[in-house]
Design a protein. Structure first.
Lengths: 375, 375
């Protein structure tokens, strides 16, 4: 098997036409040519976020934009609610604490999402809460949260609603404006199918009001600097030119197909993969599985990391391991960004062969059959 | 003229083999394959910095690493010296002020460097100064500063010595360890000839001691997180994989030739360009010209931006404009990174033709002759 299949939830495979576009001779960023590219990339991104709010592009990993969503709207001593149901929810809390912000944690069992009524009660009990931070798809548990319902609750309060969509955007349903999201954070290397290195924040009017009173120190991630530079269709600090050129091409491709159709496609791959797993005797980790990534429990006694190694070395398929206490217990397979139907079928075929080789008993081919019925 | 020549001080042209290396199918960053690449890139970078200190890679523009050099070693209320002799020296001061750090500015005329004895006196008068921030090559004025002499002065005090080498490294002489630099800041898109998107900090033992007492809030740029991740040959947040792959290739090329030889080559291009300018009746803006970029004064009555436009549209050569109050008064031509002898000669030829077309009187060809004598 000479082809290699990267099935990790970030980076996802970068389509060849995007890679070649980025490989052209570099251009300067303070030119009309680049301004037009940056403008198109940003406008295209807004369609994917489903927002008419400002959307800013940072040169950073997704965590940089998470930090931006904290330092631009809060002051030391402020109180926020953070939903922690996996590694990335916890990160919001860690960032806030590093800046002297008080965190009310709502801990949910890994693999489940927060109950909207718990958020409602917590907001009621703490009317001074400045913002609620949560996640669209918690990558570490492959779980999608009910952002729409939480949004309705937060919208009715003075608190801001901040959502990490890093691994959900482009795979799970997301409606920035309809769902009342004040800041949506995203990264480039997942649903947007370009290499890592860019991160984004959408910023609502309500969020801009909080920016005015925020006292946390900031410079590189200061929203106001990005807003001012956007008037010249530029970033305040040197743009990651090649990545923005890739972004422009990627959002063009996504919007040409239509974001809803793209989401439906990844959703069908995710369903196909889940049904395939069930057909070969595996169970799904998450109680609210994402369309962007699936976490799969290991059959009794098998170690997920051994299986991942076998899949990579013998079958050329790269899955992601479980994180923190899930290490060795689950493997994760992504369905977003540059991952298509062919990848999904190949991954299932390889998974069947690797499991069979590892001694797991099931009807060979049952996974592929189950998946093909859906795809 | 079908070929295009990008002669800007960042981005500089990215060599084709580096572009193609980055265009290969993307790999995952938490793999042995990537760890080896990241390790080689970092070790190669240390040779270019001439340091045995830690060198960390951030996904950000150079400004992000400038911010890192402030937030990791200082606390609010600390006092620092900032040399301001151009746009980028001023930025250090702006970052520090945003974090509540007191700035003692040493303002020097644009186009000149700071006098080491002024820094010595200022340190003497202010023994509580925590750090001195300055620039190797002030890109906005194309001026190289005497970092070696300043380093000797700062080394003898308790203050840290922080140097922005963003547009100097790989073109102007720089000796991180010998010159007593505690933190050197750099970016990817200049002497290192890859696209923008990565930034670097070298961190000395003396700087690490300051890290231990620093109270400024930080998360994304926290040195300690990068140090910890380096034990696994990784970055704490998703690496900008393709750019790091490009970096590995670039530092390999630079070190294969030898950093001193690379610097000598760019230095000879810079001298050739300066002599060419003089031969056609132009004068050099800086009193201490850098080998990475040259700023050139316009002849009486001519506007630099008009010349830049003509050069770009009719001759395919892109120069950079003057910044702030130098706008329209100077143009800047770079000599670093992917810019080679051929580019330099082509730029001079185009400059002669454009000047002639604009009515400037001189002996056509005199610039090329002067340059070829040096090259």
């Amino acid at each position: 098997m000479s082809k290699k299949y990267l099935m990790t939830p970030g980076p996802t495979p970068v389509p060849e036409d995007i890679r070649l576009e980025m490989a052209k001779p570099i251009i300067h960023h303070r030119t009309k040519e680049y301004q037009a590219i940056f403008k198109e990339a940003t406008e295209g991104l807004k369609k994917i976020f489903k927002t008419s709010n400002d959307v800013f592009t940072f040169t950073s990993s997704g965590t940089g934009a998470m930090e931006a969503s904290v330092v631009n709207v809060l002051s030391a001593g402020d109180k926020i609610i953070v939903v922690r149901g996996g590694k990335f929810g916890e990160r919001f809390g860690d960032i806030a604490k590093a800046y002297g912000v008080e965190v009310i944690a709502i801990d949910v069992e890994w693999g489940t999402g927060p109950k909207p009524e718990v958020i409602k009660e917590t907001l009621k009990k703490n009317p001074d809460v400045k913002a609620v931070y949560t996640t669209l798809c918690e990558t570490s548990t492959a779980t999608v949260f009910d952002i729409k319902s939480i949004g309705e609750i937060v919208k009715a309060t003075d608190a801001l609603f901040v959502v990490d969509t890093i691994s959900g955007l482009g795979a799970d349903d997301f409606e920035n404006d309809k769902w009342g999201v004040d800041i949506a954070v995203c990264g480039s290397q997942k649903g947007l199918m370009i290499p890592p290195g860019l991160a984004f924040c959408s910023v609502s009017e309500k969020a801009w009001k909080a920016v005015e009173t925020s006292k946390l120190p900031k410079f590189y991630f200061n929203f106001k600097k990005y807003k001012k530079a956007w008037l010249d269709m530029d970033t305040p600090f040197t743009s990651a030119i090649t990545l923005v050129i890739g972004l422009k091409k990627a959002v063009e491709k996504i919007n040409a197909q239509g974001i809803d159709s793209v989401i439906a496609e990844h959703n069908s791959q995710a369903r196909a993969f889940r049904e395939a797993c069930k057909a070969i005797g595996l169970t799904i980790f998450s109680k609210s599985p994402s369309s962007g990534v699936t976490g799969v429990n290991m059959p009794n006694g098998m170690n997920a990391d051994d299986l991942i190694k076998l899949l990579k070395t013998e079958f050329g398929v790269t899955f992601a391991p479980g994180q923190e206490h899930l290490k060795g217990k689950i493997f994760r397979c992504a369905h977003m960004g540059g991952i298509d139907r062919e990848h999904t079928i190949e991954a299932i075929k390889a998974l069947e062969m690797a499991l069979s080789k590892s001694g797991h008993k099931f009807t060979i081919g049952a996974g592929v059959v189950a998946a093909e019925k859906i795809l």
